[in-house]
Design a binder for this molecule. Structure first.
Ligand SMILES: Nc1nc2c(c(=O)[nH]1)N[C@H]1C(S)=C(S)[C@@H](COP(=O)(O)O)O[C@H]1N2
Ligand SMILES: [Mo]
Length: 345
């Protein structure tokens, strides 16, 4: 596929990973159980059903080619799955007219779930995936049974699906309820997060104290703030805006900075030990002396492709960033980081 054709397939703010990469996000395995896999359909329907994995595999299988868009800004294009259309399963269930929402529940330790309007699920062609590239879907990617909702951020696609429930009222899913993920999840509208409200006075006091440690400050706006020495270990800072902020020596140990905006922030000697930087944008940030030991960089960026290399992050030998952490980056991002760390840069 040509570059320009691909671009039309890539929603705003997403980067395409190479076809040999498929990051594992969220839970890594289903809850242990001796029971055989089944899929139940229940709720607002006259004929609830329970299918065994074998029954699902014996139904006529369709092939689906899907573009995966993760909320942490990586996309994987033209992924092929085999399985059964949700609409075909629901046809057997005598759905009641009052059914307006659909909830997908995982067989996992936290009973992970997500939900959609029934209308959204059907118009997006939601399906039950059983195979990937002609092979059984792997366990880490949700096998043996997973739902896939094409055209929504991938958190609407539940791994290890055990139950589909039709509802009259919506029931928020795990990420939507716990982490402020947007319930709409439309990547073309960039519906990543619901912004929580933090009143201005509290925000001003926090900035003054420079103590964010352990707090939930999702989407906080710190653009251009003077925050040297900020204490932010274990803070929840998803989607926070630190563009052009001064954060010399800041401590983000164990914090969650996924999808944070750190463009052109001064992060000299800052600590990102064990920090979640998935989808974070560090383009143009000054990372000299920063310690990124054990951080997670899936979907992160250090420069904006197309911009001059000089507009990228400032890294050198004093930046602690072990090579193995670069693996989940896109090739162009990891090449950029490696080129900047050569002696003499
Ligand atoms: N059971 C379960 N399903 C889940 C999750 C999870 O944590 N548990 N995470 C969701 C999120 S946020 C994403 S991006 C995708 C990741 O799928 P992958 O690991 O196959 O890439 O799974 C979704 N489905
Ligand atoms: Mo995700």
């Amino acid at each position: 596929m040509s570059q320009s054709a691909n671009r039309a397939k890539v929603p705003p703010g997403q980067q395409v990973v190479s076809s040999d990469k498929w990051p594992i996000i969220g839970e890594r395995h289903p809850a242990p159980s001796r029971e055989a896999w089944t899929l139940s359909l229940n709720g607002a329907m006259d004929s609830p059903k329970r299918f065994s994995l074998e029954q699902l595999l014996q139904m006529p299988q369709s092939e689906f080619t899907v573009d995966i868009h993760c909320v942490t800004r990586w996309s994987k294009l033209d992924v092929t799955f085999g399985g059964v259309l949700l609409a075909d399963l629901l046809e057997q269930c005598a759905v009641q007219p009052s059914a307006r929402f659909i909830s997908f529940v995982a067989r996992s330790e936290r009973n992970h779930s997500t939900s959609l309007t029934l209308d959204d699920a059907l118009t997006h062609g939601c399906f039950i995936a059983l195979t990937h590239d002609g092979e059984p879907l792997s366990i880490e990617h949700g096998g043996p049974i997973r739902n896939i909702v094409p055209g929504k951020y991938f958190y609407k696609s539940v791994k290890w699906l055990r139950e589909i429930e039709l509802l009259e009222e919506d029931r928020l899913g795990f990420w939507e309820a716990e982490s402020g993920y947007h319930n709409g999840a439309d990547p073309w509208l960039v519906q990543r997060y619901m912004a929580p409200t933090l009143d201005r006075r509290t925000a001003a006091q926090l900035m003054k104290s420079r103590d964010f440690a352990g707090r939930d400050l999702r989407s906080i706006n710190c653009e251009r703030m003077e925050l040297d020495g900020l204490r932010a270990s274990q803070a929840l800072l998803r989607d926070a805006n630190f563009r052009h902020a001064s954060l010399v020596g800041a401590d983000f140990t164990g914090a969650n900075l996924s999808n944070a905006h750190l463009q052109h922030a001064v992060l000299r000697d800052a600590r990102f030990v064990g920090t979640d930087l998935e989808g974070a944008d560090l383009s143009g940030a000054d990372l000299r002396g920063a310690d990124l030991t054990g951080c997670s960089l899936i979907g992160a960026s250090f420069w904006t492709p197309g911009a001059e290399p000089g507009a990228g992050a400032w890294l050198d030998d004093s930046t602690v960033l072990p090579d193995d952490l670069l693996t989940p980056l896109t090739d162009e991002q990891s090449d950029y980081v490696k080129s900047r760390r050569l002696p003499g840069n």
